[in-house]
Ligand binder design. Sequence first.
Ligand code: HEC
Length: 448
Amino acid sequence: MQLRLVLALVCLPGVLGAQRVSFNKQIAPIIYQNCSSCHRPGEAAPFSLLSYQDVAKKAKLIAAVTASRQMPPWKAVPASFPYRDERRLTDSEIALLQEWVKAGMPEGSPADKTAPPEFKSGWRLGEPDLVVEMPAAYHIPADGADIYRNIAIPLGLTEDKWVTAIDMRLTARAVVHHVLYFADPVGKVHERQQEGTEPGFAGMRAGGASVPLGGWALGAQPHFFPEGLAMSVTKGSDLVIQYHFHPDGKAEAEKSLIGLYFAKEAPKRTLTAIQLPPVYSLFSGLDIPAGEKDFVIRDSYTLPAAVDAVGISAHAHYIGKVMQMTATLPSGETKTLLHITDWDFAWQDRYFFQDFVSLPKGTKLEAEIHWDNSAGNPRNPSSPPIPVAWGEQSKDEMGSLTLIAVPHEEADLNTVRRDYRKHTTDRARERIMKDPSMAAKVQALLAQ
Ligand code: HEC
């Protein structure tokens, strides 16, 4: 009896498992919730995952890329605080996918069938309050260097607005690496003379008195700011979009639609950004020898007032590898805000915390970025490796982590902003002392 019981227990999970896992019951909800938003017509992914047939056809590959966590793309490893809209399967979801493939991909009972999600207008956050379009298409050649292009669009606002989210619909997804949005409150950037035959003008500076409004990068999902937070866009403003195009072997034309979402009322607290190291490591000695396997830059900054951290993002180009920001609280406790162990240029996200993270005055923020410029890095664009320095081309490097926060007390906003600006100028000064040629470089950059 003993033996039989043991045998029965051993066999039970297998037998039950084979009957239990079906597409209709367990697999469809996992795929529809975590995959279909990208895997559908007109989106970035190469095939749709919207039906049993779609999923069954790719089942083995799906089992492999979910087990390795290559899909869904989400580069942040679990840190001290959960993020919103985490695109990360649980271990049991991954196990279910494995089990389903092993069981021969049963479709299951029609009674359990779930309808695939509907994505109506193509705008992932719903219909925007205002949609504007690029005045003319920008033509990206089949090959050549990366292109940075600023294109301004008058928004036609007759009153001041607060922007809670921006999304865009692209016509040439394959070559748009990322975009940054700015508001030009003077509303004159669109009058600036177009350079050459294409719309807009070149460079990394949006022109005018532009204020940053965030951005979009390949793979990133648009978000609403939480808790009524929003960015100010005054009446008469131009929206300036700075595109980073990366030619991809085929001539393309980009004519984006941009959707803006407005808050119903002015936010009570103002967002501010703390980027470490400042200016994507411009002043941090980013000079990576060819073949260097682990080049590290660190920066730290102590908060002059209490803030609530809202979100965090990271940026580097191809050979960035590991990035981390920690917060050591006055109590001595250290928390991890973001940790990416396998940076991928293609998947840049802004990570919003599920709840605001309270960081008291005196909290020490520490940022650390590692680059791998060896031949062993499959993402190295240069073979053999070449020396890499700070620069705007994607074969150059940049790197930093940016914390998006609101001061605990609105009255501290200027303290935080002034103190962080001082941190930036301190870093610049230190660098110019070490390397006087930096002074000219920085000036040239600012003059662009
Ligand atoms: C944020 C968008 C996004 C989400 C969400 C997403 N994918 Fe993908 N997927 C892509 C893109 C884009 C590619 C093309 C390859 C690349 O760029 O990595 C891709 C490629 C793939 C591939 C082919 C990989 C290869 O090596 O050929 C598979 C399989 C796949 N995805 C499965 C999934 C599954 C399963 C899910 C959900 C659990 C998922 N994806 C969620 C965007 C997404």
